[in-house]
Design a protein around this ligand. Structure first.
Ligand code: WT7
Length: 646
């Protein structure tokens, strides 16, 4: 069973209040209850509704091959052709991308312009030797060139691996080594809250440390702010694009099951976890959920505040919305950038129809105060969505009332890097909403909550969330035959199951409330960190003997809590600095702990295991209960006051 020996089942006391979707929304919603009925009547074949949102070079005859675990196995298509070419007849001069940069710049790319750039860059990549199946690593902030590079890879059947720009050289190198990627498209740098950060030095360090030769393409983002010289195998993006301007590259037909991209996430093993998404199943899933859950239409201007470096950006900035032919507003940098009116000004300026963001960002907006959104006209909004972590009812209400004026449904979408797209959420024109509760599994998806033995728990009882039916966006790692067969005995009553690593409570009518991760992964500010990965970095610091990393309480504005046990007599200031430095070097500064608590001893069970659950309770300010069974109960008070005093 996945992780969590310290996870206790709890009985949920859930607010049962449900809110009907606004009538005006229901009348225009993309999907109706009658359509969704097909999932009840036809089972897995109803996913044809997702497949049919795409244009296929070779139409699929089978929706799902149960033996192999493959979606649309005999279908063939190209993802870039689905996101661009097929829109040209109807909307070549419609904007595909509107970009708002950190320095206040705005750029737009129509579908035709984007398509021309993608063709030229695809020709350029070919010229550099990139072939179908090669892994091309992309390392950039949210700029239009990142979208061009992703779609250019897809066009020629190359597999992109976007590595979030905040990762360190070492983290980038680990990922390039793991994927044996010999191509890197990197920007010269990016702006972090207005400051220029160089990426060319990072690229340099990475190449020096890799076994494979790496061909690099450098995109100009910092203009003259950053000077660098090109090496033998380096190319300037702008020159490559100019050299191939006007060329067209036929989209390479791919099998639905072929890889579209790799993405690395934090797993439980201490190493980055590779997740491989497919061309057909993934694209069908993201297009379907963009249509059915985010209610995106081609005429919409859609804004998602995520970074393209994470799965949310792949699925719901690039692939889903562009497959549907919408106008995507791209924003560089964090969602909660100042001035505090900025996001709302953008919504008004571009008359945004749909806003998809994170509970963390909304919490910040709420703290700032409702006077900031009130300065802008937000009446263009039709739907609001959240993703990444649980949203507490109070924050949900603020979003619904202050931003949506009670006229926009809110979809609280539960999913993961592994799932590729939404799996648990209300359907906005169909289901009632319950603040703080994601909603039912998508039509066509079955979920269950089980105990340690894999047995379903009673409704209203906490347990481990498992998905019992395959879904089109599932990664290749789950569909290969071995994995497919292996999982069949995870739950005694299921033919197949995917353990999500989350705790959850489900009520009779299947509304699911997510409790958070119950494995060795923590979710802080909507981002995911492997506790083993962080702990092993900390233990690697000189003078640190033991470490435990837990997540604090979001409401306290604190995320990653690191507990470490320094050697007697060690200089505490130096140890703290060394821990921060090590994490910055091996992951990136975004993963630095919000709080480092140094303690002579960590709390242990009688068998000598570190009690991470107790540390979590301390970090969250929870009631600690009876700790007398610990091997060293006397340390609890000390750690508590070290954590909770400023
Ligand atoms: C973990 C996955 C999904 C894209 C962004 C994060 C948590 C995600 C919700 C939600 C409660 C949520 C889960 C999940 N999570 N969405 N609506 N309510 N929790 O992707 O980095 O793979 O993280 O995010 O804990 O397991 P990820």
């Amino acid at each position: 069973m996945a992780g969590g020996e310290e996870f206790e089942l709890e009985t949920g006391e859930l607010p049962a209040e449900r809110i009907a979707p606004p009538q005006s929304f229901m009348e225009q919603a993309n999907v109706t209850p009658a359509q969704l009925q097909r999932f009840t009547e036809e089972g897995v074949d109803a996913w044809e509704m997702a497949g049919d949102l795409l244009t296929w070079d070779e139409p699929y005859r089978t929706v799902f091959d149960e033996d192999a675990g493959d979606w649309f196995p005999d279908g063939q298509l190209n993802a870039a052709a689905n996101c661009l070419d097929r829109h040209l007849a109807d909307r070549k001069n419609q904007r595909a991308l509107v970009w708002e940069g950190q320095l206040g710049e705005t750029r737009t790319e129509t579908y035709l312009e984007l398509s021309r750039k993608v063709n030229a860059f695809a020709a350029g990549l070919r010229d550099l030797g990139v072939e179908a199946g090669d892994v091309v690593t992309l390392h950039m902030p949210v700029i239009p060139e990142l979208v061009v590079a992703m779609l250019a890879c897809a066009r020629i059947g190359a597999v992109h691996a976007v590595v979030f720009a905040g990762f360190s050289a070492e983290a980038l190198a680990t990922r390039m080594a793991e994927s044996e990627s010999a191509y890197l498209v990197v920007s010269d740098g990016y702006y972090r809250r207005g400051d220029a950060v160089s990426l060319t030095n990072r690229a340099e360090t990475v190449r020096a440390g890799l076994d494979q030769e790496v061909t690099t393409v450098v995109v100009d983002r910092l203009d003259d702010r950053h000077q660098y010289s090109l090496g033998d195998r380096d190319h300037r993006y702008e020159e490559l694009l100019a050299a191939h301007s006007g060329e067209t590259v036929d989209p390479v037909t791919r099998a639905a099951t072929d890889e579209l991209f790799l993405i690395y996430t934090s797993g439980t093993t201490g190493k980055p976890k590779r997740v491989t998404h497919t061309t057909g199943g993934y694209l069908a899933h993201t297009a379907w959920t963009s249509h059915a859950v985010l209610d995106i239409e081609p005429s919409d201007t859609y804004l998602c505040t995520a970074d393209i470096g994470w799965i949310t950006g792949h699925s719901y900035i690039v692939y889903g919305p562009l497959a549907l032919g919408a106008t995507v507003l791209l924003r560089e940098g964090e969602a909660d950038q100042t001035p505090k009116t900025k996001l709302w000004e953008l919504v008004e300026k571009h008359a945004v129809d749909i806003l998809y963001t994170s509970p963390t960002a909304i919490r910040t907006f709420m703290k700032w105060g409702e006077e900031y959104p009130a300065e802008s006209d937000l009446s263009s909004l039709r739907l609001l969505g959240t993703v990444g972590e649980p949203i507490n009812p109070e924050v949900w209400r603020w979003l619904y009332e202050q931003i949506g004026n009670e006229e926009c449904p809110v979809v609280d979408t539960w999913w993961q890097t592994e799932t590729g797209g939404h799996l648990i959420t209300t359907i906005p024109g169909v289901d009632e909403m319950q603040p703080g509760t994601a909603g039912p599994p998508l039509p066509g998806v079955e979920a269950t909550v089980v105990d340690e033995t894999g047995t379903d728990v009673d409704p209203n009882t906490g347990g481990y969330l498992a998905i019992e039916t395959p879904w089109p966006g599932m990664p290749r790692e789950l569909s290969t035959e071995t994995r497919w067969a292996e999982t069949s005995d995870v739950l005694p009553d299921s033919e197949w199951a995917y353990m999500t690593g989350d705790g959850a409570v489900m009520v009779e009518d299947e509304y699911v409330t997510i409790l958070g991760r119950v494995d060795d992964v923590i979710n802080v500010g909507g981002r995911r960190y492997g506790t083993l990965e962080l702990e092993s970095i900390i233990i690697g610091v000189e003078d640190v003997a033991e470490a435990a990393v837990v997540s604090g309480h979001e409401d306290h504005g604190q995320g990653i809590y690191a507990y470490a046990n320094p050697a007697a007599g060690a200089d505490e200031t130096a140890v703290r600095a060394a821990i921060n430095r090590a994490i910055e070097q091996q992951i990136g500064s975004f993963a630095r702990p919000d709080r480092i608590v140094l303690t002579p001893e960590l709390p242990k069970t009688s068998s000598g295991k570190i009690m991470r659950r107790l540390l979590t309770d301390i970090a969250r300010g929870n009631d600690l209960g009876d700790t007398s069974a610990l091997r060293n109960p006397e340390v609890v008070g000390e750690i508590d006051s070290a954590t909770n005093s400023d």
